[in-house]
Ligand binder design. Sequence first.
Ligand code: SAH
Ligand code: SF4
Ligand code: F3S
Length: 432
Amino acid sequence: MPKLFIKTFGCQMNVYDSARMRDALSVHGFKETEEPDKADVILVNTCHIREKASEKLFSELGRLAQLKKKNALVVVAGCVVQADGAEILRRSKLIDIAVGPQNYHQLPELIAKYNRKNGRVIQADFPAESKFDYLPDPQKSSAAAFLAVQEGCDHFCSYCVVPYTRGCEYSRPMKEIVAEAKALVKAGAKEIMLLGQNVNGWHGDEGKDLGDVIREVAKIRGLKRIRYTTSYPSEMTQNLIDAHKDTPKLMPYIHLPIQSGNDRVLKAMNRQYTVKEYEKIVAKFRKVRPDIAISSDFIVGFPGETEAEFEDTLRLVERVGYASSYSFKFSARPGTPASLMKNQIPEDVKTKRLMKLQALLLKQQKAFNEATVGKEFDVLLTEKGKVRGQLVGYSPYLQGTVVKAPVKMLGEIVRVKVTGASATALKGEIVK
Ligand code: SAH
Ligand code: SF4
Ligand code: F3S
């Protein structure tokens, strides 16, 4: 049996894509391995979002060059291929096949037909057909699974490459989503995270929105938890917000990236909402679900951002109170309008701002975690802990939670009493 090694960079969508590529190849006899030196096919799934993310491909290829079997086939997939396919083939002689995010259903065929003598292959157009029509049902699933319901983005934030790497918005029909969710549950999923670059922009069935998808998926027996990400603030519907009230399986957590707490910066970013509008949406979530955990993404040092404008972001964070967050220094990406803007912010200023913001976000995260000490909730055990005899799972609020439990309990949902908290994790005991 040929062996397949996969290395995945980037967002949850890439993790999902890697699972689908693994499944597509597994029906052709490939077996996944964790050891790159044993693999016949090495697959690197790449991310283009920031410069650092993009460069990871080349450090990984450098590492693999030392390890790989002489005749192993090297496949590069993902957003870097879509953005820069020809260039990466030029930069690394190691790559045999490059395949974009909308073409990976063709991977089994590309591999089967590949012949070094005929030259390297790049497949990165946006095909008319949907890859979802060609991919097999999920063959394997972890207890917490991902399911892409929407892909691509029409927002064109001025800093972002995603509309170019993933293409325009496409929503999968409800029927297809429910069928895939059922297959995931059959394969062992207890929780499903519905994914989309603009997930709450889902419009796969006439007159319906993501709230309806969630209620439909919630009917699947054996599925215990539902999450979704990433939402665009101004596309939030009351129907979706209400799902947090009427659908118990939907977890009390919303990732709602604001990016900046200043209206002028938001406008320059081409984000289609104001700070005030964002805070109104947050209030609506808290009205239906007062305990909801809110998280966000932030960019500091966007071109032209003044110190006062940056401080507006700190004030916004103080007002909202986040359970967790991701924050980044602005990275000028080729082909985006923001990369050409004047008044690029010096690196050291960006670094200072990022440190200040992250200190505040971490303080909030710690406070949020500490407030759960003494409480009891369900935890889905998904990973082995660093220490033997420990497992790690996630609380309804997506807090990583460490408990003492035997490996055989992986994949189970257990009742946990929280006994301790840090900024990044909870400690708890399973209660009988
Ligand atoms: N669709 C999602 C986010 C996708 S990218 C949304 O709109 O929220 C994930 C995060 O990466 C973004 O929210 C943003 O904070 C960050 N990001 C995207 N492009 C970036 C860039 N050029 N520089 C720095 N951060 C960036
Ligand atoms: Fe990128 Fe903006 Fe689309 Fe998010 S909404 S993927 S940040 S263009
Ligand atoms: Fe990266 Fe592509 Fe996801 S650029 S963040 S892997 S959509």
